[in-house]
Design a protein around this ligand. Structure first.
Ligand code: HEC
Length: 142
């Protein structure tokens, strides 16, 4: 079983351009990091939200914020869609900031309001993922 998986991964690595491997593995990591944020929100673990959103923020900006870098990762027929990455990076960083401001109580609001705003900002981050997948990744025929 393990052997099969190993051979499978080796074949995948051999026949996939490095750039495509980079994109997929970075996306998997981004997904895992966002799942940590979601878990912390669900558990009402404020410290967990703060730690996980900071990790996620750094990685999402590194991956999406640099257009040339993202262009290099896209397959040839998708390269013209790279500006979506920068747009997504902006939406994500705006909403990460809302969450961090809520935690630090930058606007002197009640805990209830801050919790609400932070949770809503989290859903907007997810929306940025869906948005780009809809445009760049998924082909919907009808
Ligand atoms: C700028 C466009 C873009 C944005 C924004 C984006 N993705 Fe992706 N994502 C892609 C593309 C393109 C693929 C397909 C990569 C592949 O399989 O080669 C992908 C694939 C994935 C995969 C599947 C990896 C696999 O092959 O199993 C996951 C998980 C993922 N993205 C998570 C996320 C999460 C979470 C976010 C938001 C935080 C996000 N993505 C934002 C473009 C984007």
């Amino acid at each position: 079983m393990l052997k099969k998986t190993l051979i499978g991964s080796l074949i995948f690595l051999l026949y996939t351009p490095l750039s495509a491997y980079d994109l997929r593995s970075n996306m998997l990591q981004l997904g895992a990091e966002l799942a940590e944020v979601q878990k912390s929100f669900i558990a009402s673990d404020q410290k967990g939200v703060e730690d996980s959103i900071k990790r996620f923020a750094q990685h999402s900006q590194d991956l999406l914020g640099d257009k040339d870098n993202f262009t290099a990762m896209l397959p040839a027929n998708k390269k013209h869609k790279a500006s979506e990455a920068v747009m997504s990076a902006q939406i994500i960083s705006h909403n990460v900031q809302i969450i961090l401001d809520a935690i630090e109580n930058k606007r002197n609001q009640s805990g209830i309001v801050r919790r609400e705003e932070a949770q809503r900002a989290y859903t907007y981050i997810e929306h940025a993922c869906f948005r780009c997948h809809n445009i760049v990744r998924d082909e919907y025929k009808q």
